[in-house]
Design a protein around this ligand. Structure first.
Ligand SMILES: [Zn+2]
Length: 321
């Protein structure tokens, strides 16, 4: 059997055929061209149908189709409540899909939740029941898996860990609050912090690394300068690790998950620069520090494929519901 997963992003639609080992065997990608919700429903159905036809399998071999949207969904009703960057409001996706391919179970998820589910099924220890994925990007995306299932909350809006307040009355966030975690610990936050320290330290090595061009500062720049012995860069990273560690400790204190996986470009930093110092910060700070078991802090494995794989496996999660 196969599972189909579709990852709906702000600019692209990516669909994949996922096998029983939870691996992608074929993909399709196309730019998102949104004209209406009707047209969108048809496009999504056709992508799934094309994936079946191109790979010489039959519709009967597809156990379910799952879709990850950038926003809250109601999986039971088959409705996407709203999305960020695409004008979708209360779209009955499952019903629209079934006009083109009737009978196949259709499941909906939030994209960050789907990515977490993908990491959950791909985690080396198949006996775990809880995992939280924290993706450091433009913001911070989080997905919470508890008892082997996505924790959606009563309205699909749970797991928005980027918007827990870390600094009272702090930096303005896009969500409307001030001082959210993602304003301090996302990849974009690290870039802003790097630029701020450059402004204050005109002799920092960082200037040379980016050739004096602030637009070339990325999530790796401060790490690179720190390795060359730059004190301002080390200060940026130390501070950044504190922000990141504070949020992670908050999560651990509430959920005590078996695993927290870190994703996004910043998570690819060397272990001695990111993962190891974070592990000690978190162990020092978390309430359960004397307990005999601790949350394992690891790097996410799947990268950009997590969204497709997790969306596809929404059906697996739902099967024993
Ligand atoms: Zn926020």
């Amino acid at each position: 059997m196969y599972y189909i997963g579709i990852d709906i992003g702000g600019t692209n639609l990516k669909a994949g055929l996922v096998d029983e080992n939870y691996c992608i065997t074929a993909t399709r990608k196309q730019p998102l061209q949104f004209t209406s919700m009707e047209q969108m429903g048809e496009t999504l159905a056709k992508m799934a149908i094309d994936l079946v036809e191109e790979n010489n399998i039959t519709r009967d071999q597809v156990a379910s189709v799952g879709m990850g949207f950038p926003g809250p969904v109601n999986d039971k009703q088959g409705v996407v409540i709203k999305t960020v960057n695409i004008p979708i409001r209360f779209m009955p996706v499952a019903e629209m899909f079934h006009r083109f391919w009737d009978g196949v179970p259709v499941h909906l998820g939030n994209d960050a939740d789907c990515a977490a589910l993908g990491e959950f099924y791909h985690y080396e220890d198949k006996n775990i029941e809880s995992l939280i994925l924290v993706t450091l990007g433009t913001g911070i995306g989080t997905g919470i898996i508890l008892n082997g299932r996505i924790h959606t909350g009563i309205n699909g809006c749970a797991g928005e860990g980027g918007h827990i307040v870390l600094v009272h009355n702090g930096e303005q966030c896009t969500c409307g609050r001030k001082g959210c975690w993602e304003r301090y610990a996302s990849a974009n936050a690290l870039i802003r912090q790097t630029i701020a320290v450059m402004d204050q330290n005109k002799d920092s090595i960082i200037w040379g690394i980016v050739g004096g061009d602030l637009s070339r500062v990325d999530g790796r720049t401060a790490f690179e300068a720190m390795h060359q012995g730059d004190a301002p860069a080390r200060a940026v990273i130390d501070q950044y690790l504190r922000y990141l560690g504070d949020g992670l400790s908050n999560f651990i204190n509430i959920f005590q998950p078996e695993v927290i996986a870190l994703g996004g470009g910043v998570s690819q930093a060397r272990d001695e620069d990111l993962l190891l110092p974070l592990q000690s910060i978190v162990l020092e700070d978390c309430f359960g520090r004397e307990a005999d078991r601790h949350t394992r802090l690891v790097k996410a494995k799947l990268g950009n494929d997590a969204g497709i794989i997790g969306a596809a496996l929404l059906g697996l999660q739902a099967r024993d519901r």
